[in-house]
Design a protein around this ligand. Sequence first.
Ligand SMILES: [Ca+2]
Ligand SMILES: [Ca+2]
Length: 286
Amino acid sequence: MRSVFLKIICVDLLLLSAVHAGTFTNNFSSSTPTGFTLNGGNRPAPNDTLIYPAIEGGILKLTYAENGETGSIVLDELDPGATNAGFTARFTVQIGGGSSTPADGWTLHFGSDIDSSSKFGEEGPGVPASGSGIDICFDTYDNGGGEAPAIDVKVNGVQVAHTPESVFFMLSDNFTNVFIQLNPNGTLNVSYKGQVIYTNLYLPGYAPVTGGRFAIGARTGGLNENNWFDDLGITTTVAGAPAAPTITAQTSRRARPSTNGLPSVSPSCRTARRRSTSSGSATTWP
Ligand SMILES: [Ca+2]
Ligand SMILES: [Ca+2]
């Protein structure tokens, strides 16, 4: 009888640990922003009477293939004041169509460090000491040292994972799928073009974010590319009481100290890529 009682308690704890909460979906069929704010500026001449970002033809265009643009979409808070326990983001992107060497890329950010006026590019907003957040950075241009092209992850502004890619892989002439999922145990899954980039990625320094907002920012500089988005869907879960158990380290390896004071990520838990060299047979997330 006692063991049955304990099992019931355990099931209850799991049910209470994460509760489905906010949802955002938009296919940008309406050019009126609803539930989000667009931050950008005027496009360069000869299009300087026009602004970016813009919703045109059912597509969200954060930047055009023009130099010197930084544009963001910032969603209204999906769970005002609540502590996030995970999310799933699905959308499509079309990147490229600009200079022969494209630049600079885009980032999905979730954090408590931004407001509706925030504007940032491929490196994310940068997180002050008073805030917290995570970035999934799709950086198309190497600013030096081979930092890109790459798909990187940051926690509180600190890079915790780096996966170099070819510029060919980073760009897409047609809308292609992005899947980003923060699990209730604080690990991250990312896939792009139907191929797994990160699975169950341990995020050193991550703590559940309270009062966070979702945003996507994109940038061009002295070189450019279109950074276009569509069919944006995000669902969240919020933390219940008691808190969900959190995986803090992989049991088979000891985390090594790193120079920034955070535990480093062992290669085996940083990435588990299933890349196919052909166009078919790629591993996909559901
Ligand atoms: Ca659309
Ligand atoms: Ca870069």
